[in-house]
Design a binder for this molecule. Structure first.
Ligand SMILES: [Fe+2]
Length: 218
C-alpha cells in the first residue's frame, strides 16, 4: 500500500479564507488613493510633481482646443502682370533725348509695358560727345541701377568721390544723391533700369557745386 505524502496543510488547522468581493477591492483602492494623497500633501516634492502633471494636462487640453480651423481660402499673389516684351537687337532704334544730348538711348518697350512704372534702356555715347554730365540729383527716382556692358565710365558721387566703372561693374544710385558723369570711353554702353520710368533731374547750381569743393562745370 502506498503512503500519501504529508502536506503542510494536512498537519495544521487553518482559518477559513474570506471570499474576495468587489466591495473589498473598491475599499482597498480607496485606501491606497488616500495614502498617496496624504503623502503628496506631506511631501512638497510629490506635491509639486502632481501639480506639474496637472498643469501639463491642462495646457495640452487648451492647445488642442485652441487649434485654428484650416482655412481653405485661396490667397491670390499680389503681383501686377505686365505684357510680354521681346525686343530684338537687330534693327533696334537709338534715339537722342534732350535731357542728355551726350548720349543715345535704346529703349526696349519696358516703359510702355509697365505703364511707365519701370524704365530700362541701353545708353551709348553720341558721336563726338565729350564729358562731363554736370552734377545733378534725381530726387524722386527710387531705383536706378547701371550695369556697364562695354567700355568704361567715371562717376562722381557725393560722399564717395570719383569711381571708374568697367565692364560688368554696377551702381545702384540712392534717391537724391548728388552725382556727375566725369568721363567715358567712346565705345561705352551701359544698361540702366529705373523705377519709375520718368523722374526729375535737377542740376546743381554753380554755387552748390563750389560748396562741395568741385570745379564749376564738372
Ligand atoms: Fe544721373
Amino acid at each position: 500500500m502506498a503512503i500519501a505524502p504529508k502536506t503542510k496543510a494536512a498537519g495544521k488547522r487553518t482559518a477559513p479564507m474570506k471570499p474576495v468581493t468587489t466591495k473589498t477591492v473598491a475599499k482597498k483602492t480607496a485606501a491606497k488613493k488616500m495614502i498617496a494623497k496624504t503623502a503628496a500633501a506631506k511631501n512638497p516634492i510629490v506635491k509639486k510633481a502632481v501639480a506639474k502633471k496637472t498643469v501639463a494636462k491642462k495646457t495640452a487640453a487648451k492647445k488642442a482646443g485652441a487649434k485654428k480651423p484650416v482655412s481653405r481660402k485661396v490667397v491670390k499673389p499680389r503681383v501686377r502682370k505686365f505684357d510680354l516684351v521681346i525686343d530684338k537687337a537687330k534693327g533696334a532704334k537709338w534715339i537722342k533725348e534732350d535731357i542728355r544730348p551726350q548720349f543715345e538711348y535704346r529703349h526696349f518697350g519696358v516703359e510702355e509695358a509697365t505703364g511707365r512704372q519701370y524704365g530700362s534702356h541701353v545708353i551709348r555715347v553720341a558721336k563726338g560727345a565729350r564729358p562731363p554730365v554736370s552734377h545733378h540729383v534725381h530726387p524722386d527716382c527710387e531705383f536706378l541701377l547701371v550695369y556697364v556692358l562695354k567700355g568704361w565710365v567715371k562717376f562722381w558721387y557725393d560722399g564717395e568721390g570719383e569711381v571708374r566703372l568697367n565692364v560688368g561693374d554696377v551702381h545702384l544710385l540712392p534717391a537724391g544723391i548728388s552725382h556727375a558723369v566725369t568721363g567715358w570711353s567712346k565705345d561705352l554702353e551701359m544698361l540702366e533700369t529705373t523705377n519709375p520710368a520718368d523722374y526729375r533731374s535737377v542740376e546743381l547750381t554753380d554755387a552748390q557745386i563750389a560748396r562741395q569743393g568741385l570745379p564749376v562745370g564738372r
